[in-house]
Design a protein around this ligand. Structure first.
Ligand code: DX5
Ligand code: ZN
Length: 218
């Protein structure tokens, strides 16, 4: 069954305590935190301190998506503040295998994200230390963008590589996932979908989650 990771970027920042509780009550599987530095992406959001602030209000795992230059500088603080999975961008790591290994050694799961224009040819060289590959289906930086259709083929490519390599890496899909696009994303091989605007903009997020989890692909 597909897992859903709502991105807090779509939540009401004046009421994060209730938003986090609402996310758990809606039966989501984890919460996605988009940390942006206005260098790697043209937007600035929040830092690891936010994880600490809301950690006490939910038992859901925290998945941190680092859209920053020098992601190595953020890892310790994110783990200390409650991150369960840390995803770094392939484009920001000079020593990707080293960074992913370090995340695991420090006690979190390790993820690698790829921009829409980044090929997947590197993956086989880091698959042994990658718990999750995050396929960006929009250019990172903002929620509420439209899914780029060519990225659906990339989800399929990732799935094929994972099967061929015989690894347990899961596929996370991030950007423009909503009721219209979800079927193609699941069909292509996603294990988890991130949703900011579709989840927090929904009048009934619990119903949305159960509807999405009930999708059967033929
Ligand atoms: C984009 C972020 C996404 C974003 C998704 O850079 O990584 O996680 O919040 O937003 P939606 O679901 O609205 O496309
Ligand atoms: Zn994200």
């Amino acid at each position: 069954m597909i897992k859903i990771s709502p991105s807090i970027l779509g939540a009401d920042f004046a009421d994060l305590k209730s938003e986090v509780q609402k996310t758990e009550l809606a039966n989501a599987d984890s919460i996605h935190f988009d940390i942006m530095d206005r260098h790697f992406v043209p937007n600035l959001t929040f830092g690891p301190l936010l994880l600490k602030a809301v950690r006490k209000y939910t038992k859901l795992p925290f998945s941190v998506h680092l859209m920053v230059e020098n992601p190595d500088l953020y890892i310790d603080e994110c783990i200390k503040n409650g991150a369960d999975l840390i995803t770094v961008h392939q484009e920001t790591c000079h020593h990707l295998h080293r960074t992913l290994s370090a995340i695991r050694e420090k006690g979190a799961k390790a993820g690698v994200a790829v921009n829409p224009s980044t090929p997947l040819s590197f993956f086989k060289y880091v698959a042994d230390v990658t718990d999750e590959i995050l396929i960006m289906t929009v250019n990172p930086g903002f929620s509420g963008q439209k899914l780029i259709k060519s990225c659906i083929g990339k989800i399929e490519d990732a799935k094929q590589q994972i099967v061929e390599l015989g690894v347990k890496t899961e596929i996370n899909v991030d950007g423009g996932v909503n009721e219209e696009t979800i079927e193609s994303v699941i069909k292509a091989g996603a294990d988890t979908v991130v949703m900011a605007s579709a989840f927090y903009g929904s009048p009934n997020s619990k119903e949305l989650v159960s509807k999405i989890k009930g999708i059967v692909i033929k």
